[in-house]
Design a protein around this ligand. Structure first.
Ligand code: J2J
Length: 539
């Protein structure tokens, strides 16, 4: 099994420790401390369950002992595919406690994605629920995974487990549990937005990740009095750490799980639990803004709404700010590390028109032109970042590492930004060809590869198109071969590829040929840009 590592140069690590960023805390360690200090305080509220810190800790310990009893070993990776249910936390803290490594998948992922995560991480286990809120049967997926990935030894299912291990019955000898992990060790693998090809795995350490949400708590005002509604998928990096459920648990606050971000589900929960903070992607923030003035539910407990994951335009930001009885905080982050926030006491101009500034004084940010030279202040360029919670490399992916990191350790974010005189970043767009569909990142290349597998597709180019609701939607340009495929049939066929539904192209346009220059071939990137321009000109 390839070892998991995330290594900062010794000089940087020493500096981050001396600055107090890395404090030697670990996930099992901080949960144990909260449970000892405030055993009766509520930690997790979801469905009909209301768990105190002591209860969460006890359940995590039982799950940890159960994982060991199954035959999983410390260091084993386990893909966790759970929605916003309390068992997500039992699973994840149970794995941490047993020194196993969660690999976070989203409920929307299907066999194509999950088998990639299993293989790339060399996982020995998979945890899912029996069914999703949409009725999808994850046990059928678990069967397919077992057949496709022989190294997968254990599938554990929350709810009706069928032939798999029932999650609820996990237990074992707690005396056999290992001690706490090394704070510098990799705690989990997060999933990248997948800008080129399939998603990459992001190794995050206890030290670096805990720093990112502990510092986020301070910036977002999260304390033990906070009640945080998790309306986005809990496994996504934003609701997990900016400041997210992990930040909230670290502070000793309360996490309320919403099975859906829709106002008719989230608003009653806000009123009932007196929610103080939540985080949303821009399209959902606009939905909330639309619904808030007419809702019978009392939203007056809300103090902060974080919006990020995709660009919130100044106009949209104003609508959100005007309609909701709380402060708007923009957040521009990435699972690889760097997170920027507008601050709660910032003037309107910054809150509405920028995506904030970095968390840490030790975040190093470069804005470079195409040739790698710093752009003049105020001009747009490529954003690169390095710092105490930005990774230095992906897991098991030399080619991606060579592309995505500079020799001196800066991560190339792929985002195009400019910096205001106050040092705040404004996102202008991105250099790569992914589609940011309501915060879900879709790699154009990955979708083109699927389309090219269709017998009647000669060539395919996938581009992003501005969309009033989603921010961006995907459009696939297809040159047919033989019988022209129908758009509906192609979409159905794409679904048959066992991919997340959000990756199925929103729009399909059949064309005779792709425009090429007199010189003949043009790059994929240039081709996508031209097709996008053509579509916009026609609309
Ligand atoms: C424009 N683009 C944004 C924003 C992210 C906090 C918040 C978000 C994420 C996230 C995260 C944006 N305006 N406000 O992990 O901790 C785009 C950029 C970025 C990419 C990262 C967090 N906020 N983006 O969205 O790993 O293109 O993380 O590089 O999913 O989302 O995507 P992801």
């Amino acid at each position: 099994m390839l070892p998991l590592k995330q290594v900062w140069p010794a000089e940087a690590a020493t500096r981050y420790r001396a600055a107090g960023h890395w404090r030697g805390e670990t996930f099992p360690g901080f949960l144990r401390q909260r449970a000892a200090a405030h055993p009766g305080a509520l930690a997790i509220i979801g469905g009909t369950q209301r768990w105190s810190y002591a209860e969460l800790q006890a359940r995590a310990e039982a799950a940890a002992a159960g994982f060991l009893a199954l035959g999983l070993r410390p260091g084993d990776r386990v893909v966790v595919q759970l929605g916003n249910i309390p068992e997500f936390f039992t699973a994840v803290f149970g794995l941490f406690r047993a020194q196993m490594v969660p690999v976070y998948a989203l409920p929307a992922h299907r066999q194509t994605e999950i088998s990639h995560f299993l293989r790339k991480s060399e996982a020995a286990g998979y945890i899912c629920a029996d069914r999703g809120p949409d009725g999808f049967d994850y046990r059928a997926l678990a069967r397919d995974l077992r057949a496709a990935v022989p190294a997968l030894r254990h599938a554990v299912v929350v709810g009706d487990a069928a032939e798999f291990t029932p999650f609820e019955q996990l237990d074992g000898n707690r005396a056999a549990l290992p001690g706490d992990p090394d704070p510098a060790a990799v705690a989990f693998l997060q999933i990248s937005g997948g800008t080129t090809g399939l998603s990459k795995l992001i190794p995050r350490t206890h030290d670096d990740y805990i720093y990112s949400f502990r510092a986020s708590n301070e910036i977002c005002g999260v304390t033990q009095d906070s009640v945080h509604l998790i309306a986005l998928p809990a496994a996504h990096n934003f609701p997990m750490s900016s400041p997210g459920h992990m930040g909230t648990l670290h502070a000793g606050g309360r996490v309320v799980l919403s099975p859906s971000p829709a106002p008719d589900v989230a608003f009653p929960l806000i009123a009932r639990e007196r929610v103080t903070i939540s985080g949303l992607v821009p399209p959902l923030a606009l939905l909330w803004a639309e619904a808030a003035p007419r809702t019978p539910h009392d939203l007056s407990s809300l103090e902060v709404l974080l919006v990020g994951g995709a660009k919130l335009t100044p106009e949209a930001a104003r609508r959100v700010q005007d309609a909701l009885p709380c402060k708007l905080q923009q957040v521009f982050g990435m699972a690889e590390g760097l997170v920027n926030y507008t601050r709660l006491d910032d003037p309107d101009a910054l809150v509405l028109e920028t995506q904030g500034r970095p968390i840490s004084a030790d975040d190093e940010v470069l804005i470079l032109d195409d040739l790698g030279r710093p752009v003049p202040e105020g001009e747009a360029g490529h954003l690169l970042a390095r710092g105490p919670y930005t990774i230095r490399g992906y897991h098991n992916d030399e080619a991606a590492n060579a592309r995505s990191f500079t020799p001196d350790g800066f991560y190339r974010t792929g985002d195009i930004v400019k910096r205001t005189p106050e040092g705040y970043l404004v996102v202008q767009g991105r250099a790569g060809d992914h589609i940011n569909r309501a915060g879900e990142k879709i790699s154009a290349e990955e979708i083109e590869d699927h389309l090219l597998a269709h017998p009647n597709v000669f060539d395919a180019a996938v581009v992003s198109v501005p969309d009033e609701f989603l921010g961006e939607r995907s459009c696939a340009f297809i040159i047919p071969r033989g019988d022209k495929p129908r758009a509906v049939a192609l979409k159905t066929w794409m679904r048959g590829r066992a991919i997340a539904e959000f990756k199925v192209p929103d729009q399909i346009v059949l064309v005779e040929a792709f425009e090429t220059t007199a010189a003949g071939k043009i790059s994929r990137k240039e081709l996508r840009a031209r097709l996008r321009a053509r579509l916009l000109a026609e609309e």
